[in-house]
Design a protein. Structure first.
Ligand code: HEC
Length: 268
């Protein structure tokens, strides 16, 4: 798990052309993508949900279930498959990850499914019948696309969900991206935050960032009581763009083309 934590103060920004919250639905997603048809059509890769349904849940759970699952590898729910596979070292060869996002060849799961020469123990599923090449390629493709928790990773990288939590004068905004981000790309220049009162829009200068794979947490401090809304903007300046783990620019406006601004307005 890659963690990044730093506090920063952003420079006061000039007007960035952001309007007043139109064009966003209540999850903070651009409403242009809310029909769903355009994004799913372009996203023709394999999702963990599909693998869970057709492979992990259908075949592997004969054995890989519950607290006594072989090698502690539980594949009995989508959540468990993700938690026990992605970025978790293999029991049998601890120098290898079970799933190494972006690297199917270095993923012990793939080696076990293909019966590679360097595995410990048996080819999976134990005793066969083994997966078809098509099924193995689906697992490979999901891993090659970054082994995302949500979505296939085959399309552009977008904000998949945004939410906010408020405690006293601190606000935490959680942005879940459709695949992991490149933590080096997270910089003050890539994110601007404002709060709105009845009469003004002020830059939030006291905030910290925490990136955990696909989730970016923004903690905003010292938000005054009279603030009515917080506004989070990504890519408002051309200087620094957020990159995903494959160094592709994040698709902020969810139009299936890399780049473009993302804006999330939350009413306090
Ligand atoms: C009939 C029972 C059985 C089935 C079905 C089965 N496994 Fe296993 N699996 C085992 C046992 C037992 C081990 C440990 C011994 C070995 O590796 O040979 C194991 C080990 C593994 C390991 C190594 C874990 C580690 O960290 O070292 C992986 C990966 C794995 N299985 C994946 C799968 C997948 C994916 C499926 C479904 C496609 C599957 N297995 C189906 C019994 C099973």
């Amino acid at each position: 798990m890659k963690l990044l934590f730093f506090a920063l103060a952003i420079a006061v920004l000039t007007a960035c052309g952001a309007g007043s919250g139109e064009g966003l639905n209540e999850q903070g997603l651009p409403s242009t993508s809310s029909s769903g048809s355009s994004s799913s059509a372009a996203d023709d890769g394999v999702t963990l949900a599909q693998l869970q349904q057709t492979i992990f849940g259908a075949i592997c759970t004969n054995c890989h279930t519950g607290a006594n699952a072989p090698r502690g590898l539980r594949l009995d729910s989508e959540e468990n498959s993700y938690a026990f596979l992605v970025n978790r070292s293999a029991d049998e060869i601890p120098t290898l990850m079970r799933v190494n996002p972006g690297n199917p060849d270095d993923s012990y799961l793939v080696k076990k499914l293909e019966g590679a020469a360097d595995i410990v123990g048996a080819r999976m599923p134990l005793g066969g019948p083994f997966l078809s090449q098509t099924q193995i390629d689906q697992v490979r493709s999901w891993i090659a696309n970054g082994a995302p928790r949500i979505g296939s990773g085959a399309a552009t990288t977008k904000v998949a969900r945004a939410s906010t939590q408020k405690t006293n004068n601190q606000i935490t905004v959680e942005l879940l991206f459709s695949r992991a981000l490149q933590f080096e790309s997270i910089a003050p220049e890539s994110i601007s935050i404002f709060y709105h009162t009845l009469s003004e829009r002020q830059a939030v200068e006291d905030f910290s960032l925490l990136l955990n794979d696909q989730t970016l947490y923004l903690t905003l401090n010292n938000i005054p009581a009279q603030a009515l809304q917080v506004e989070v903007i990504i890519h408002d300046r051309e200087l620094q763009q957020l990159l995903d783990h494959q160094y592709q620019v994040v698709d902020g406006d969810a139009d299936e083309i890399q780049g473009g601004g993302y804006r999330y307005v939350y009413a306090l």
